[in-house]
Design a protein around this ligand. Sequence first.
Ligand SMILES: Nc1ncnc2c1ncn2[C@@H]1O[C@H](COP(=O)(O)OP(=O)(O)OP(=O)(O)O)[C@@H](O)[C@H]1O
Length: 248
Amino acid sequence: MSAPAPATPVLEARDLSVVYAGNRALSVENFQLAEGELAGIVGANGAGKSTFANAMMGWSRGAPKVTGDVLLDGQSISALTTPERVRRGLLLIPENDLVFATMTVSENLAHAASARQAGGRRIYTTDEIYDLFPNLAERRNHLGGQLSGGERQMVGIARALRLAPRVLMLDEPSIGLAPLLVTVVLKTVRTLVDEGLTVLLVEQNVKAAIRTVDRLILLERGQILAEGPVDEMKADPRVADAYLGADT
Ligand SMILES: Nc1ncnc2c1ncn2[C@@H]1O[C@H](COP(=O)(O)OP(=O)(O)OP(=O)(O)O)[C@@H](O)[C@H]1O
C-alpha cells in the first residue's frame, strides 16, 4: 500500500518577499501551517514578524513591493484584498487590536457578528465566547475604553471568533500585559487549538511563546533562520542563548 499523500497545509507562503524602498524586510521561501497546528514565529525587534503576518493578510503599513504567493487550503489568495481574505477565514489580530471604546463589550461582540458566509467554519456564539473568557462575561456591560490591555486582547480574539476563522494569526498578544494575563490569554489560545482551530502566534516574548506553541519558527532579518518542534528549538543555541538566558 502506498503512503497517504501529505495533507494540504491550511496556510502556506511561497517565495514571499516584502521590499520597502529597496530594503528587503522579508524573504520567506517556504512557510506552511498544518491543520490544527499552533505555531509561533519569534524574533527580535525589526526581524520582520509583523511584516510577515501583514503580508499574509495582503496588508502593509506603507507601500512595499510584495511578491510571492500565499495559499489558503491550497488555493492562492494572493490576488484577494484583505477583506476578501477575512471572508475566507484568514484573520489577524494586530498589535493593539482596536476595540470600540464607546461601545460595551457586548456591543463590540455584536458589531463583529457579520460572518454571513462561514463556508462550514465554526462561528462561536457569544455564550461560547463568555465561557471562554469569564472576565468578559463579567464585564459585558463595561465600555471598551474602560478595559485593561488583557481584556482588550480578549475582545480582539472574541471578535475574530465571531467571524468564523479558518486560521487565526495573533500579532504580539502579550505586548503590554502583566505575566499572569499573558498566561491567561495564551491558555485560551491553546484551548481554541484543542477545539480544532489553526493558529499562528507572532511573539517577541519568546519564553511565553515556547510555553504555548507546538512548533517554533525563528525569524531574523526577514528570513526563517530555524524552525522545528518547540522542544528541539528551545535547546537550539540560536534560541537558547539569544532569547532564553542561562537559567532556562
Ligand atoms: N512602512 C514601512 N516602511 C519602511 N520600512 C518598514 C515599514 N514597516 C516596517 N519596516 C521595516 O521592516 C522591518 C521589519 O519590521 P516589522 O515591523 O515587521 O518587525 P517586527 O519583527 O514585527 O518587529 P517588532 O517586534 O519590533 O514589532 C524593520 O526593519 C522595519 O523598520
